[in-house]
Ligand binder design. Structure first.
Ligand code: FAD
Ligand code: N01
Length: 530
C-alpha cells in the first residue's frame, strides 16, 4: 500500500538529521530512510582506527540549536569518529528524530507519479511512499568504491574496507597487514594499524601531501570563549572561504622573500591543521607559487623520514599541493621510520592480483594475513546515481549525469521537479567545511518549501538554461585553478569511465551564499515555480 508523506529524506548523516529536524519544524509530515542500522552516515560507516575530522570540532558541528552547541562538550581539537558518532546519536535523541527514520532500509528508486505531481519512493523493505518533496541527503562520500581487485575471492586472510568497517573490533596483533590506498583514510588508519600489527605494508600508487594535525585535548579556555558567543562566532565563520576560520596571509608568494616565505610556512606547519594549504593567494592558481609550498613540504618529509629512498617515494611530485585533497595527519610520515612498516610503490610495479597468500605486484608477492582497502568513493554523484531516480520522461539521474553532473547551484537538477540535493555537485560541498555547507543547503530547502506553500505553489524546477549557465560557470572557474589539473576524485578521475569534471564550486561559501541569496531575492531567478 502506498503511504503518503509531504517529504522523504534519504540518509541519516549530518545532512539527513538536519533536514528531518527542519522539515518537521515546518509542520510537514516526513519519513527518513537510512540503509544503515543507525544514524551517523560517514561517522557510522567509517569507524576505522584513526578516523577523525580535519575541521576543528568547534566548527564541525551544528549551529541550528544554541543549547546544543553550548551544552555539547568536545574533548579534542579534532574529534575522533566515536565522539562524532556519539554527538550525532545525541542529536537524534535530543530532538526525537529516531522515530522519523526507517533504518536498515535502502531507497531503490524514485519516480514521478502519473500526473507528475509527486515522487514515488520505493525501498528494499517494500515501502512505497508518495511524497511531494524528495530531499537527497544521501552523502557526498557514501558510495564506496568496490575493491574489485582480481583474485580477491582467493585470499585466505581477512580483508576490510575503511568505508565499511566492521562494528566488532578488528585485531591487528601478530598480523601482517597490507594497506592499499594513501588518501585521507589510508593516512589516518596506517599509523594506528602499525602500532599493533606485526608488520604493515603500505601499497602506494600516488603519494599524498599531508600536514600534521597537532591534535590534542580541547583548549578549554578557547572553547569557553567560543561558547560565550557561539551565534556571533558562527556568523563570523560564514565570512571564511571554507565556512569556518582559515586564515590566509591574503598575499601572493611573490610578496615574500624566500626567508619570509619559509618563516610563514614553518609557522603554519608548526601550528598544524589545514592552515598551510590556504596560505597564499596565488598558490592555488600559479604553478610557480605552488611549487614553493611543495618544496617546503618535500623538505619536511625528507627531514622526518630517515630512509632516503622511502622519503623520496613519499614526496608527491606529480601534482600541485591542494590539487588533491590535502590530508591532516597524526604521525603519518614518522610511521615509515618504524621497523615494522614497509612502503611499496605500486605506481612503478602495479598490483597484478590478490592471491590466496597476499598481494602480488608485477615485481613480487607480499605474504599477508589481512588486507585493508582505503581506496575511496564514487564521490558526490555516486550515492544518487546508484538509486534509480527517473523523471516524467523516464530519464534517470545516472543517465542525465553521464556526461557531467549538471545542476543549478548544486541544489536542484533540471527536469527533476521538487527534488532537492544537499551538497550536490556544483555546490561548494566537499571543498569546504561540510557541516556549514549542509546547514546552508538544508536551510535553503526548508525556506524554499515554505515559500512554495505560502504562495500556494506546487512545484519548483531549475530551468535547463540556468543549469547550463551555472555548470559552465563552475567549470570555467575550475579551469583557471590548479585543482583541475590533477587526477583526483575532485575531478571524478578515480572512477573508471566517469566523465572528467570538477565536482564542486571552488570559490567557497561567501560568494556562493551571496549568489543563492541574490537569486532568491530576484524571485527565484532560473527556477520555474508553478
Ligand atoms: P553521509 O554522512 O554520507 O550520510 C549519507 C547517508 O545516506 C549514509 O548514512 C548512507 O548510508 C545513506 N544512504 C545513501 N544512499 C542511500 C540509499 N539509497 N538508501 C538509504 N540510505 C542511503 N568533511 C568535513 O567537512 N570535515 C571533515 O573532517 C570530514 N571528515 C570526513 C571523514 C571521513 C572518513 C569521510 C568519509 C568524510 C569526511 N568528511 C568530512 C566529509 C563528510 O562526507 C561530511 O562531512 C558529512 O559527514 C556528510 O554528511 P551527509 O549527511 O551529507 O552524508
Ligand atoms: O579516498 P581517496 P579516501 N590500486 O580517494 C588508492 C574524506 N575523508 O577514502 O590516487 C592502488 O582520497 C588511490 O590511489 P590513486 C576526504 O574528503 C576525510 O582516503 O588512485 N591504489 C588513493 O591513494 C577524502 O579526500 C578524512 O593513485 C588504489 C586511495 O586509494 C575523501 O574522504 C578521512 C587503487 C584512495 O584515496 C576520500 O578519502 C577519510 C588501486 N586499484 C576520508 N584504487 C579526514 O581526515 C584506489 N587506490 C577528515
Amino acid at each position: 500500500m502506498t503511504e503518503v508523506k509531504d517529504v522523504v529524506v534519504v540518509g541519516a548523516g549530518f545532512a539527513g538529521l538536519a533536514a528531518l529536524y527542519k522539515m518537521r519544524a515546518l509542520g510537514l509530515s516526513v519519513a527518513g530512510i537510512e540503509q544503515a542500522p543507525d544514524v551517523g552516515g560517514v561517522w557510522y560507516h567509517n569507524n576505522y582506527p584513526g578516523a577523525r575530522c580535519d575541521v576543528e570540532s568547534v566548527d564541525y558541528s551544528y549551529s541550528f540549536s544554541d543549547a546544543l552547541q553550548v551544552e555539547w562538550e568536545w574533548t579534542e581539537k579534532y574529534a575522533a569518529q566515536p565522539e562524532i558518532l556519539a554527538y550525532l546519536r545525541h542529536v537524534a535523541e535530543r530532538f526525537d528524530l529516531r522515530p522519523l527514520i526507517r533504518f536498515n532500509t535502502r531507497v531503490l528508486s524514485a519516480s514521478r507519479e502519473a500526473e507528475d505531481r509527486r515522487w514515488l519512493v520505493e525501498t528494499d523493505a517494500g515501502d512505497v511512499i508518495s511524497c511531494e518533496y524528495l530531499v537527497m541527503a544521501s552523502g557526498s562520500l557514501s558510495a564506496p568504491k568496490d575493491p574489485d581487485f582480481a583474485g580477491l575471492q582467493d585470499f585466505k586472510g581477512e580483508w576490510y574496507q575503511t568505508s565499511f568497517w566492521p562494528k566488532d573490533p578488528v585485531k591487528f596483533e601478530g598480523k601482517r597487514v597490507g594497506l592499499i590506498g594513501t588518501g585521507s583514510s589510508g593516512v589516518q588508519s596506517g599509523p594506528k594499524i602499525a602500532e599493533t600489527a606485526e608488520h604493515l605494508t603500505v601499497f602506494q600508487r600516488t603519494p599524498v601531501f599531508t600536514i600534521p594535525a597537532r591534535n590534542g585535548p580541547m583548549d578549554q579556555e578557547k572553547f569557553t570563549a567560543v561558547k560565550a558567543r557561539y551565534p556571533e562566532y558562527r556568523e563570523e565563520a560564514k565570512t571564511f572561504r571554507i565556512g569556518s576560520p582559515l586564515y590566509s596571509t591574503g598575499r601572493p608568494t611573490t610578496d615574500f622573500t624566500p626567508d619570509e616565505l619559509r618563516q610563514v610556512l614553518a609557522a603554519r606547519w608548526e601550528a598544524g591543521g589545514p592552515a598551510l594549504s590556504g596560505s597564499f593567494t596565488d598558490a592555488g592558481r600559479v604553478l610557480e607559487a605552488n611549487n614553493k609550498v611543495v618544496a617546503f613540504v618535500h623538505e619536511r618529509i625528507r627531514e622526518i623520514v630517515k630512509d632516503p629512498e622511502t622519503a623520496e617515494l613519499l614526496c608527491p611530485k606529480d601534482h600541485p599541493i591542494g590539487a588533491r585533497r590535502i590530508c591532516i595527519d597524526t604521525d603519518y610520515y614518522a610511521t615509515y621510520n618504524r621497523e615494522n612498516v614497509t612502503l611499496v610503490d605500486v605506481r612503478t610495479h602495479p598490483i597484478e592480483r590478490i592471491t590466496a597468500a597476499g598481494i602480488k605486484t608485477t615485481e613480487k608477492e607480499y605474504p599477508l594475513d589481512m588486507i585493508v582497502f582505503a581506496i575511496g568513493f564514487d564521490a558526490v554523484t555516486g550515492a544518487m546515481t546508484r538509486i534509480n531516480i527517473t523523471n516524467k520522461e523516464g530519464l534517470s539521474i545516472a543517465d542525465k549525469w553521464r556526461d557531467g553532473a549538471g545542476t543549478y547551484l548544486g541544489l536542484m537538477t533540471a527536469g527533476f521537479p521538487n527534488l532537492f540535493i544537499v551538497t550536490g555537485p556544483g555546490s561548494p560541498s566537499v571543498l569546504v567545511n561540510m557541516v556549514a555547507a549542509i546547514e546552508h543547503d538544508v536551510h535553503w530547502i526548508g525556506d524554499t518549501i515554505s515559500y512554495l506553500r505560502k504562495n500556494h505553489l506546487q512545484r519548483i524546477e531549475a530551468t535547463a538554461e540556468a543549469e547550463d549557465e551555472w555548470t559552465d560557470h563552475v567549470a570555467e572557474i575550475g579551469s583557471g585553478l590548479l585543482l583541475s589539473k590533477a587526477n583526483s576524485w575532485y575531478m571524478g578521475s578515480n572512477i573508471a569511465g566517469k566523465k572528467r569534471f570538477l565536482v564542486a564550486y571552488p570559490l567557497g561559501m561567501p560568494p556562493y551564499r551571496q549568489k543563492v541569496e541574490e537569486i532568491v531575492a530576484d524571485g527565484y531567478r532560473g527556477f520555474v515555480l508553478s
